[in-house]
Design a protein around this ligand. Structure first.
Ligand code: ADP
Ligand code: NA
Length: 333
């Protein structure tokens, strides 16, 4: 039996979005505070370079993601918080898992298919292999639970397949079958301009996403311009069906307020966007304002962030290194 342990990570490939906050960071804080699991959170810089990153920008984004975690309530005393490239075992285990995973499994990953599109020939090998590194991130800590947004579900399922195949091939019961945890109203926050795409740090236009560091005026402007259909908010959940933009704004409101969609609909039944959007903007400013102020304070002292990450890496290595050592023995090294 495995120690109850939650692991998750965020790529430093640009500024943090409201999607990262609601789908990931806010929930990571809940797991930390619940105290039922050890919690290990990572800035996954090895994942970021699967697409080109300017070195100075990568360094800055790594500190920004760390600041986002800390400002949102990740406490380095209660959780292990570290930067992936400072724990070399991730890369070693990822190679072993690259030899366990099958090409066909990787080819089926919808995120690869979406990102590579018709241009797969021009993508990095790392972008294709990324789910094997993600499996290593998780299984290096024998994590039992991975809180993630919906977009990562398939990768956590692949992690289970890799663990199963490893255990089967080497006739051991060494890696746990990790569970993805996708819960709450806002595990798939959509783009504000195009409701068919998820909100992402690497999206083309700044107007399509809310950044965790946006000021109050910018947040208000972005929600005001958010695409919706003209109908008012429905009286029941049923009325949100086939209205992805309306559904998204209700999800965001619910996520920020700590309510269910049903509760938000009950409160705003029949309201027009002229009433709902400003209320949503006010709520977002109230929740994100203190976090972005704290992020700015932390980022003004990068040495302190680096110190926290270095300490976290030491703690991470203490968990990871014995698991890697044992894995290598099993493999026959
Ligand atoms: P991004 O896609 O913004 O680059 P990452 O790939 O670093 O973000 O994902 C970090 C975490 O944030 C993952 O758990 C992911 O599922 C979650 N996440 C990212 N975007 C969203 C979104 N739009 N809605 C909900 N969760 C999200
Ligand atoms: Na993602």
């Amino acid at each position: 039996s495995f120690t109850p342990r939650a692991f998750s990570g965020i790529k430093p490939s640009g500024g943090l979005t409201l999607g990262n906050y609601l789908g990931a960071i806010k929930r990571f804080v809940d797991w930390q505070e619940a105290g039922t699991h050890e919690t290990i959170y990572c800035v996954v810089d090895l994942h970021a370079i699967t697409v080109w990153q300017d070195p100075d920008m990568l360094h800055a984004a790594t500190r920004e993601v760390a600041a986002g975690y800390l400002a949102s309530g990740i406490d380095p005393v209660k959780s292990i918080l570290f930067n992936q490239s400072q724990v070399p075992a991730h890369v070693e285990l990822s190679w072993i898992f690259s030899c366990v995973a099958r090409m066909g499994w990787m080819n089926r990953m919808t995120q690869w298919k979406e990102k590579a599109g018709k241009n797969a020939e021009k993508e990095s090998l790392g972008l294709f292999a990324y789910p094997a590194l993600m499996a290593a991130d998780i299984l290096l800590y024998h994590a039992t639970h991975v809180p993630v947004g919906e977009d990562q579900k398939q990768h956590v399922e692949l992690t289970r397949d890799i663990a199963q195949k490893f255990n089967h091939d080497y006739k051991v019961d060494f890696f746990p079958e990790t569970l993805p945890v996708i819960e709450g109203p806002a595990t798939r926050v959509m783009n504000l301009r195009d409701g068919t795409k998820k909100m992402s740090k690497s999206g083309e236009s700044d107007m399509e996403r809310i950044n965790m560091t946006d000021d109050a005026d910018t947040i208000a402007k972005k929600f005001k311009k958010a695409k919706t259909d003209p109908a008012p908010l429905p009286e029941t959940m049923e009325g949100l069906k086939d209205r992805p933009e309306a559904r998204n704004l209700v999800d965001i409101y619910a996520g920020l307020a700590g309510l269910s969609d049903e509760q938000v609909i009950a409160e705003y039944a029949g309201a027009g966007w002229g009433r709902f959007k400003p209320a949503l903007a006010d709520l977002a400013v109230a929740k994100l304002g203190p976090i972005s102020a704290e992020m700015a304070r932390l980022m003004a002292d990068p040495a302190e962030i680096d110190r926290i990450l270095a300490h976290g890496a030491e703690q991470a290595r203490a968990v990871a290194d014995p698991i890697l050592t044992r894995t290598k023995e099993i493999v026959g090294f």
